[in-house]
Design a protein around this ligand. Structure first.
Ligand SMILES: [Zn+2]
Length: 231
């Protein structure tokens, strides 16, 4: 039977001790794998620790975070360490919330970056996610993984979209339709992901499996990962 896997690389710039961070990402990955069980499996491939770099989430506006120079350079350093492998790159920041931008009290953000694009079915992406300390113990990483895996090129619209097939979410307070999120509060992709047993639908699972970031493997999965310090 084939397994759909996603390689995960994490860089900790939150100032916590390495053993605490290892425990934390293992918990996040366990939570993500529980939610996405029978669909995709997330596998830790590399854990990177900074000697002395601490990045405070409050210094990063929650708006265009991946266009922020500091964030871009951190992701680039992990990409260099992995040799630009396809996967999802997760940055663990210090502090509770990102600075106000797109939203208030943001504890996680996820998206993708295009590496190259030849044609509608032939392109390469990698995923990136930011998490704050407040995302600890929640399903935030599992939710951000959803945003990453839903990102795809849409042939009819001739552009990249990341619509959630269980969406859209309708925000009645501001009267806005949000195509990236689910309207079902029990669903993982509800704007504020449920804190117990979030569910994903079979349409969400099918879409996630079709992501360019997913690898299809027919053999046992190697659970060994790279562990090192980078600057
Ligand atoms: Zn979201």
């Amino acid at each position: 039977m084939s397994t759909y896997t996603v390689d995960v690389y994490a860089f900790f710039v939150n100032g916590a001790f390495p053993n605490i961070n290892i425990h934390r990402i293992k918990q996040d990955i366990t939570n993500a794998n529980n939610v996405w069980k029978g669909c995709v499996k997330f596998v830790i491939k590399g854990l990177y620790f900074s000697k002395n770099k601490i990045v405070n989430a409050a210094s990063i506006p929650a708006d265009k975070v991946f266009r922020n120079r500091q964030i871009e350079s951190l992701i680039e350093s992990v990409r260099n360490a992995t040799g630009n492998k396809v996967g999802i790159y997760v940055l663990y920041l210090s502090g509770d919330y990102l600075a106000e931008g797109r939203g208030k009290r943001v504890i996680g953000v996820g998206g993708t970056e295009l590496v190259h694009f030849k044609k509608s079915m032939d392109y390469e992406l990698f995923g990136h996610v930011l998490l704050t300390d407040k995302a600890d113990g929640r399903y935030t990483l599992a939710h951000e993984f959803g945003h990453v895996l839903f990102n795809r090129y849409d042939i009819t619209q001739h552009r990249f979209i990341h619509d959630d097939p269980s969406g859209p979410y309708f925000n009645s307070q501001i009267g806005k339709t949000d195509f990236a999120h689910s309207n079902n509060r029990k669903n993982l992709m509800f704007p504020i992901s449920p804190s117990v047993n979030p569910m994903v639908t079979s349409q969400q699972c099918q879409l996630a499996k079709s992501s360019k970031i997913v690898r299809i493997q027919n053999h046992n999965i190697d659970e060994d990962y790279d562990l090192r310090k980078i600057n």
